[in-house]
Ligand binder design. Structure first.
Ligand SMILES: [Zn+2]
Ligand SMILES: [Zn+2]
Length: 171
């Protein structure tokens, strides 16, 4: 179950090279913050949970559970789907990652632990996903749900289009 995305576009190669150092600093800071959050909240930040979060922080594109599982398998964490799903459930329910339903894939949250319903801008050309911070559409959805007696369990907004980089390279 891999995503139908182009992972070898020139733009992504360039982005990976030019952002390598910044990205690894960002990843270590995010992992450290996650570790502290788990310690303060008495949550177990196991090696597998940590590695899955790291994989998603390092990824430039959303990853499906099976792509994550195959990486875990290569690194000796185990090959059974629950290994990945349990870690993803933990990370999602504690606000470290989000599932992008449209892509059946996961991304690291851009603002972990600040309660929010995510909004995603999904590029249909390169498959990149940006998490946007918007509140009022979510408020409107919640108000409509309340009015209709509907209990929301999970909510996100997903917009599909062309990202700025693809746009400037003529897509
Ligand atoms: Zn988020
Ligand atoms: Zn794009």
């Amino acid at each position: 179950m891999l995503l139908h995305i182009n992972t070898t576009s020139d733009w992504q190669m360039t982005a990976r090279l030019s952002n390598g150092d910044q990205r690894s600093e960002y990843v270590s800071a995010a992992i450290l913050a996650a570790q502290e959050y788990c310690r303060d909240n008495r949550l177990q930040f196991t090696d597998t949970r940590r590695r899955v979060l790291e994989i998603l922080l390092e990824a430039e594109l959303p990853l499906g559970a099976y792509a994550i599982l195959s990486q875990l398998n290569d690194e000796g964490f185990g090959s059974q789907p629950p290994v990945a799903y349990r870690a993803l459930d933990f990370l999602e329910s504690n606000g470290f990652v989000h599932k992008v339903d449209r892509l059946a894939a996961y991304v690291a949250c851009a603002n972990p632990h600040q309660p929010h319903s995510p909004s995603f801008l999904i590029c249909r050309n390169c498959g990149s996903v940006q998490e946007a911070r918007i509140t009022s559409p979510h408020r409107a959805v919640r108000a409509a749900a309340r009015a209709g007696g509907f209990r929301i369990e999970r909510e996100s907004i997903e917009a599909v289009g062309i990202c700025a980089s693809c746009s400037s390279s003529g897509h």
